[in-house]
Write a new protein. Structure first.
Lengths: 412, 179
């Protein structure tokens, strides 16, 4: 169905589906972000707690392990002891200081390079501060152990959290797309059907189209109201059409006799000429004039004249064939169009029947009856003339030629 | 749970690390006339630190046997427990006076006499330290090993098991040969 430019929707405006999709996207995104942030925060706190306790435990273990080595004053043994304990990957560095604060030994996780530096930076930000443990022998403080934890656990957790969030985002997009599709099926399509019907009614005057039912209350109500509106529109349209038809009749019919009037004759004649040309069939025009009509009017009154015209019109109609047409051109003047295909013999026969139809006197409303006679003149197309105006003149002339007492004045 | 895991990991790595830990404790020996004596005193003090007697001792009686060469600074030993150190020399060489010694420092002495002394100490709460037995053949619990710049020791776990005193197991790892 072609839509006129006026009904083309503005492409800059979002469609209902886009609006719904956007709303869904925001909602799901908000939910995912909220859940993700909460879980990440909780997870970081829990893992930090574990890391804290783990570091404290490692610090205590280191202190316990290195104590004899310190007492025996062997730094190499201290290093071995630390290496044995701090092999857990969550330890980056272990410092051992004497009670005066001087560093006796520093152990660093071997390997590293750039990654180790980055890890150290992260751990400085998120990892717990170094866990401390005292090395005591009896009541005497021998040394203090500081254990610096790595951020690997937290880093891994945060990385996996980010990956999960990304996966959730992809899922969000998919879900939004699916939901928007479903909503479009449920909401947009019924609305589109209503729009289609509205367009069909507006563009093609298809007042019989109706909107189908919908599963959604509001849309269904809208469709129902729309259908009711269409019912009213259809009734109004029918009324208008019949009114137009009535007006048309009034414009083309003679009110008194019910025959076509001059305007209709002037429309019908060219149409008949066109039909005759197309079918290559001749037709004829007959002019009819009531003799001494003015006298009847003057003697018996206008009512009698009108009654006479009505009777004459009825008798003219009777002699016509089904496709022939009769017109009252005005006053006592009538015209007949004999449909294409008429032969000269038929024309003569019709003229004869017209004349014989007037043999019977006409009964007037006041009870009197009067004799009436007609003057009849015919012209054949294209035999007499191929021009409409000329054809009418020809018929008129023939009619006058047929009038009794040709010298007498025309009674009109 | 995590602590359990950690301990499992720790014990595993300790087992792995035990093999390369055969290097014994290396107590540095400084410069000076009696540097070796100072280090010896310190080593003996450390050994006494990690020795537990059936009843805690407020005074630890250290008996010297034979002819010690590096025992000159033993009276300087300070113990973290606060126990005082009481030095005495055995009156009769090769005779351990019962209940009068908590620790026995054996200097240069005839091997047979040394063995007798140590046999006498079996089952007694006496920790035995041999100064002049680098191969640890005579059955002392601790044998001091003198090197040019360092001092270390060897521990005989067999001797420890025959004694009534207990040695902190962490010290085992510092011994020559390791355990």
């Amino acid at each position: 169905m072609m839509r006129s430019p006026a009904s083309t929707p503005n492409s800059a405006m979002p469609t209902l589906r886009q609006v719904l999709g956007r709303v869904h996207m925001r909602l799901i995104l908000f939910a995912v972000l909220m859940a993700g942030a909460t879980l990440t925060l909780t997870g970081v706190l829990v893992i930090r707690g574990y890391a804290d306790r783990n570091l404290a435990l490692i610090a205590r273990t280191v202190a316990y392990t290195v104590e004899p080595a310190l007492v025996f004053d062997d730094i190499a043994a201290v290093r071995h002891g630390i290496a044995a304990v701090a092999v857990s990957e969550s330890v980056l560095q272990v410092d051992v200081r004497d009670p005066g604060g001087h560093v006796l030994m520093t152990w660093r996780r071997p390997g590293g390079g750039v990654m180790a530096a980055i890890e150290r930076g992260i751990s400085g930000l998120v990892a717990p501060s170094p866990a401390l443990a005292d090395v005591r022998r009896g009541d005497r403080l021998i040394a203090q152990v500081s254990v610096y934890g790595g951020a690997e656990g937290l880093g891994r957790f945060i990385l996996s959290g980010l990956a999960t969030a990304l996966a959730c985002l992809v899922l969000t997009l998919l879900a939004t797309w699916t939901l928007a599709r479903r909503l479009q099926r449920d909401v947009t399509e019924p609305l589109a059907r209503i729009a289609d019907v509205a367009h069909a009614v507006r563009a093609d005057r298809q007042f019989d189209r109706r909107v189908p039912n919908s599963d959604i209350q509001e849309v269904d109500q809208l469709g129902r109201d729309f259908n009711a509106l269409l019912d009213e529109l259809r009734d109004w349209h029918r009324g208008m059409v019949s009114h137009n038809r009535m007006l048309e009749r009034q414009a083309t019919r003679d009110v008194l006799t019910g025959l076509g009037n001059r305007a209709m004759f002037e429309q019908t004649l060219p149409a008949t000429i066109a039909r005759a040309d197309a079918a290559d069939a001749p037709f004829a025009v007959i002019y009819v004039d009531v003799n001494r009509f003015k006298q009847v009017n003057d003697t018996h009154g206008h009512d009698a004249g009108d009654a006479m015209l009505i009777v004459i019109a009825a008798r003219l109609r009777v002699v016509l064939r089904p496709d022939d047409l009769a017109f009252r051109l005005g006053g006592d003047e009538f015209a007949l169009i004999l449909a294409p295909g008429v032969t000269p013999d038929e024309i003569d026969a019709i003229k004869a029947r017209i004349a014989s139809g007037m043999n019977q006197p006409i009964l007037l409303p006041n009870g009197e009856s009067i004799e009436a006679s007609l003057s009849v003149g015919s012209a054949r197309y294209p035999h007499d003339s191929a021009d409409a105006r000329d054809l009418l003149r020809h018929a008129d002339a023939a009619m006058y030629a047929a009038k009794p007492g040709r010298a007498s004045t025309r009674d009109r | 749970m995590r602590a359990l895991l950690f301990w499992l990991l720790l014990s595993m790595t300790s087992a792995v690390q035990a093999a390369p830990l055969i290097q014994p404790v290396m107590m540095p020996v400084g410069a000076g006339a009696d540097a070796v004596a100072v280090s010896t005193a310190r080593m003996v003090g450390a050994v006494l630190e990690y020795t537990r007697w059936p009843e805690p001792r407020s005074v630890i009686r250290l008996c010297l046997a034979g002819t010690p060469r590096h025992a000159g600074r033993l009276e300087d030993v300070q113990l973290a427990s606060g126990a005082a150190l009481q030095l005495s020399s055995l009156t009769v060489a090769g005779e351990l006076p019962m209940g009068r010694c908590d620790a026995l420092y054996i200097g240069r002495l005839d091997a047979a006499l040394t063995r007798r002394l140590i046999m006498a100490a079996h089952g007694q709460p006496v920790v035995t330290i041999a100064e002049d037995d680098p191969n640890c053949r005579n059955g002392a619990m601790f044998c001091l090993l003198f090197a040019p710049r360092t001092l270390s020791f060897q521990l005989s776990i067999d001797a420890v098991s025959r004694s009534a005193v207990r040695i902190d197991p962490r010290v085992l790892r510092l011994s020559k040969g390791g355990y």
